[in-house]
Design a protein around this ligand. Structure first.
Ligand code: NOJ
Length: 535
């Protein structure tokens, strides 16, 4: 714990690194762990407290590392165990925590467990995966659909049965009803916790256990052409089963044998279901990822306020909130809402109550990059055109030189660089006092140094402006108003009850001044953090 009994993951900010795309140290055009090590000073300069590294384990890369062939090693593309240990040691030396991905729902079909399981119906690992007989007509055992398109069942010619795979055919689902699987997977957790990792981000934490009767999922009656393909079914029987909570509880018990570790769950569910993953008496995930802001289809002051209030109201007492704006699966914030609006979104994320998770490159305003079909990699997009995730996984833009400083000049980056990387990059933005990077860093500094901002109370303030969202963060006598204008029009907000204050930072980075709050003016797409003067 750190000051006043708070855990590090309550006061800190988590930075997600997609390792293929962060920094290539050996010239193969793919980022690696050594590359991350070389950028740790950047991350401490930026002011984040923890990094979450997406999978780096041995993998055939059918789903870019989320298809794991060995849970306890490092893919040679990314380095080796020794380099991982060096990364951990170097990060810890800088007081940076390290969170890694834990992928319990499925392995690669090239994982030795899967190879064995497939070898015969009587193999001792057969029941480690989910095998079912074909229907009488030879069809799949039920109607479940894969997130990557088509049936969730793949037929195995060799043994004449179907296996479940909710993602790629090379990602067979493990059978979490089998105690041997559970114990093997908890040993995987221990393997990394013993090495000193500070937390686990658990992939699709709401999915590992399935209906024991494999009932058909209902079809979503509201689904129409053009809607998200994976929303076609209501996944009533294939995910978020009641038994899942027992497993989350067991995972948490594994974590609790170690000091100061964090269990984060990737969970896309409606709020009432999501918050159950905190567990009874908070014995589940410390932070079930809150994707409310990621999923908002309309981005304005009212929808955001509603999302924040609904989440705050739904949280169990004492549960720690968290917020996310983007990740390796979803459009980048600067593409969803534009770069100007993304500055306000950054202020929102870094001043809300709860732990923020940051996606690499968002601090410089990286946008989605259009990937021509012949350069596409992502299996989700290949099967379901228009839904590819390559655009949000392009190389980090370090400088304006060849290959944006991501990989050496003679290397070929695994995904194309953004066309605007000569303008949008770390080196240039570090020197620019008005840049998105400067803004992000300033907000991170403010959040780190002001207790009210990193862990104070949160109250929504009525602003009388439907285009603005205003709230108060408070700890003891420290009080900060956050006033965010989400519109393209200037706004005048009357907040007479707060007397006067001092603008500490504006999203435009050109305003530090005393203000009388009886009439606070905000320019188009402007947000301000205002320190309220003590009476
Ligand atoms: C969620 C991950 O974030 C995504 O990238 C991956 O494709 C699926 N889980 C399957 O592991």
């Amino acid at each position: 714990m750190i000051s006043d009994q708070l855990h590090w993951w309550q006061q800190g900010v988590i930075y997600q690194i997609y390792p293929r795309s962060f920094k290539d140290s050996n010239g193969d055009g793919i980022g690696d762990l050594q590359g991350i090590i070389t950028q740790l000073d950047y991350l401490t300069w930026l002011g984040v407290n923890a990094i979450w590294i997406s999978p780096f384990y041995p993998s055939p890369m059918a789903d870019f590392g989320y298809d794991i062939a060995d849970y306890c090693n490092v893919d040679p593309i990314f380095g080796d165990l020794g380099i991982f240990e060096k990364l951990l040691e170097q990060a810890h030396r800088r007081d940076l925590k390290v969170i890694i991905d834990f992928v319990p729902n499925h392995t690669s079909d090239e994982h030795p467990w899967s190879v064995e399981s497939r070898s015969s119906r009587i193999n001792s690992k057969r029941q480690w995966y989910i095998w079912r007989d074909p229907r009488l007509d030879g069809g799949a055992p039920n109607n479940w659909e894969s997130y990557f398109g088509g049936s969730a069942w793949a037929f195995d010619q060799h043994t004449g049965q179907y296996y479940l795979r909710q993602f790629h055919a090379k990602q067979p689902d493990l059978n979490w009803r089998n105690p041997e699987v559970r114990s093997a997977m908890y040993n995987v957790m221990r393997f990394w916790l013993d090495r000193g990792v500070d937390g686990l981000r658990v992939d699709v934490l709401w999915m590992p256990i399935k209906d024991d009767q494999f009932r058909d999922n209902p079809i979503n009656p509201e689904w129409k052409d053009g809607d998200l393909p994976w929303a076609h079914q209501i996944r009533l029987y294939s995910e978020d089963r009641p038994e899942m909570h027992e497993i989350v509880h067991e995972m948490r018990a594994v974590m609790d044998n170690y000091a100061e570790r964090v269990l984060i769950g990737e969970i896309y569910l409606p709020l009432p279901n999501l918050i159950r993953y905190y567990g009874d008496n908070l014995s589940g995930a410390h932070l079930p990822f809150n994707f409310e802001l990621v999923l908002l289809s309309t981005w304005n002051a009212q929808t955001i306020r509603q999302a924040v209030e609904a989440y705050e109201a739904a949280l169990p007492a004492e549960a720690w909130s968290n917020w996310v704006l983007g990740n390796h699966d979803k459009p980048r914030i600067a593409s969803r809402i534009g770069r100007e609006a993304a500055r306000v979104a950054t202020m929102l994320l870094l001043t809300l109550r709860g732990t923020p998770t940051w996606y690499y490159g968002d601090e410089i305003g990286m946008q989605d990059v259009t990937i021509p079909p012949h350069l596409a990699h992502d299996p989700q997009g290949k099967r379901q055109p228009g839904y590819g995730r390559d655009p949000v996984r392009t190389p980090m833009q370090w400088d304006g030189g060849p290959n944006a400083g991501f990989c050496p000049v003679n290397a070929d980056p695994w995904l194309p660089l953004a066309a605007d990387y000569q303008k949008i990059n770390v080196a240039l933005e570090r020197e620019d006092v008005y840049s998105m990077l400067t803004l992000t860093r300033a907000l991170l500094t403010l959040r780190r140094t002001k207790r009210a901002l990193n862990s104070g109370n949160f109250y929504v303030v009525e602003s009388k402006s439907e285009n603005c969202f205003v709230y108060l963060r408070e700890h003891g006598k420290q009080r900060f108003l956050v006033a965010l204008n989400f519109s393209t029009e200037a706004q005048m907000i009357p907040l007479p009850e707060f007397g006067k204050g001092r603008i500490l930072i504006s999203t435009s980075l050109d305003r530090e001044e005393q203000v009388y709050l009886k009439a606070l003016s905000l320019r188009s797409h402007e947000g301000c953090v205002i320190e309220i003067a003590e009476d």
